[in-house]
Write a protein that binds this ligand. Structure first.
Ligand code: NAP
Length: 469
């Protein structure tokens, strides 16, 4: 994949970049090591000051960075600006809470025969972050803010179609005051990842992206015995039961499916509706999906811009064609317009059977599959009938059903009467083929730490306990 900015509205290549040479990558890893030595010696207070300065830069540059993201991957300008704000919020959140999340955990010294004992979180060193284009700032920030606050350094290999956003991120933290080498962007293709991850100076890796990329990185990291966090794809269910507010459920369903032009890992993708309210829900949902304005992502009135890449649109077209060939019904949308740009309309598909690709695959575009369930049991069975397990949405006002769905849906998050989203305060991640490990919250900052046991005795004390390992 060339490293280039290509406007998805027109398909025009706006700017191309050469990949770094192996020597340049090696030098960057060297700077990450030097930066790590400097960073780990700083206090939480010092790092928090720099992190708050990064947040201030993001706020001040929101319009320009937002427009850059829109130009590189087609999200609406309003969504891009909101993403910048969210990043600033995450920076401030970790600036405020990192010290508390990574505070020493004391242990009763008498229980372990010590004078003093505790567990301490310490940073690991340079961490490779392989990131996707769909939330080009936020995905990288979810890693960067906690990693830097913990004292790790970051090497960002961003998606090849968002190089200018990547370069912005590569300068942001040093502009905010962090030591040189604390966070760098490596403009390289995915073929360079193995070499970087194999370098002994790189201590761990995180990847947000597709299942295939996750498997590849995990295999390399496994061979190298390096820790990984994987945030992969999803095919989130959206269960609607009879006691729900159907109008609201249908409206939020359209927002969830079409946010980020349908290209969000946690977008609801499979809508599982109780048979008693199926017809009413589908009619309202189709009305909301049809009413969305598709157009220039720079315009305020636009709800849905183009898909980010030509290949991405081709994948969606093939998945829809497969369903139609096998007997599915298209309730709205379903056909890409002629002409320049990678547009695809909001689409609702019903009468889906298990042999159709959209039943089991993630659809990364504004295409909703709707399923009928005769009971809550069948709804849960259908919701869990996927290899993914990222998020799950459930709509019901019955408290018992709420508890049952929260407990039985196989996912890293269950949102009841709302749509799955991420907050710095809540852990984020998946189960099954959606990956492992957690970002955000206290769990996220602890992922790339060495939890070190420290035991301090009395040098003139009793015999040592050598009974066990
Ligand atoms: P992708 O093709 O996997 O790309 C993601 C990143 O991985 C890019 O930097 C890409 O580099 C790199 N990459 C691709 N193949 C690789 C390989 N074999 N070895 C090493 N690196 C590799 O994914 P995408 O199409 O950009 O993003 C969409 C996918 O990401 C969807 O499945 C979506 O659900 C998932 N996603 C998950 C989350 C989450 O939090 N769980 C969030 C957002 C997106 P190049 O660009 O150079 O190919």
């Amino acid at each position: 994949m060339p490293i280039a900015t290509t406007n998805p509205v027109t398909g025009e290549v706006l700017k191309t970049f050469d990949a770094l040479t192996d020597e340049q990558v090696d030098a960057a890893i060297g700077r990450a090591v030097t930066g790590f030595r400097a960073l780990r010696a700083t206090s939480f207070e010092q790092r928090a000051g720099w992190m708050r300065a990064a947040a201030d830069l993001l706020d001040a540059e929101q319009d320009d960075v937002g427009a850059l993201m829109t130009q590189e991957m087609g999200k609406t300008l309003a969504a891009a600006k909101a993403e910048v704000t969210k990043c600033a919020t995450a920076c401030r959140f970790y600036a405020e809470h990192a010290e508390q999340f990574l505070a020493d955990e004391p242990v009763d010294p008498s229980a372990v025969g010590a004078v003093r004992a505790y567990a301490r979180y310490q940073p690991l060193g340079p961490v490779l972050a392989v990131m996707p284009w769909n939330f080009p700032l936020w995905q990288a920030m979810r890693f960067a803010a906690p990693a830097l606050m913990a004292g790790n350094t970051g090497l960002l290999k961003h998606a090849s179609n968002v190089p200018q956003t990547a370069l912005y991120l590569g300068e942001l933290f040093t502009r905010a005051g962090f030591p040189a080498g604390a966070f760098q962007t490596l403009l390289v293709g995915s073929d360079a990842v193995e070499r970087i991850l194999t370098d002994p100076r790189v201590r761990a890796a995180t990847l947000t992206g597709s299942e295939g990329a996750g498997r590849s990185i995990a295999a390399i990291a496994g061979r190298e015995l390096k820790k990984t966090v994987l945030e992969l794809g999803g095919s989130d269910p959206y269960v609607v039961l009879p006691t729900a507010d159907l109008d609201r459920a249908a409206q939020v369903a359209a927002t969830s499916r079409c946010q980020n032009n349908g290209q969000s890992c946690i977008a609801a993708k499979r809508f599982i509706v109780h048979t008693d309210v199926y017809d009413q829900f589908v009619d309202t949902f189709v009305a909301h999906m049809s009413a969305l304005t598709v157009g220039d992502p720079m315009m305020d009135a636009t709800d849905v811009g183009p898909l980010a890449t030509e290949q991405g649109r081709a994948d969606v077209e093939e998945q829809v064609a497969d369903a139609v060939d096998k007997g599915a019904t298209v309730r709205c949308g379903g056909k890409a317009p002629e002409g320049a740009g990678w547009w695809y309309p909001p689409t609702v598909i019903t009468d889906i059977t298990r042999d159709m690709r959209i039943f089991s695959e993630e659809v990364f575009g504004p295409v909703a599959g709707v399923y009928r369930a005769a009971s809550i049991d069948e709804a849960i069975e259908l919701a869990n009938a996927t290899s993914y397990g990222l998020g799950a949405n459930a709509w019901t006002d019955d408290p018992q059903e709420q508890q049952r769905l929260a407990g039985e849906l196989d996912a890293g998050a269950v949102f009841v009467n709302g749509m799955v989203t991420s907050y710095p305060q809540l852990p984020f991640g998946g189960v099954k083929n959606s990956g492992y490990g957690r970002e955000l919250s206290a769990a996220g900052i602890r992922e790339f730490c060495n939890l070190k046991s420290v035991w301090i005795g009395d040098s003139g004390g009793a015999d040592v306990d050598s009974a066990t390992e």
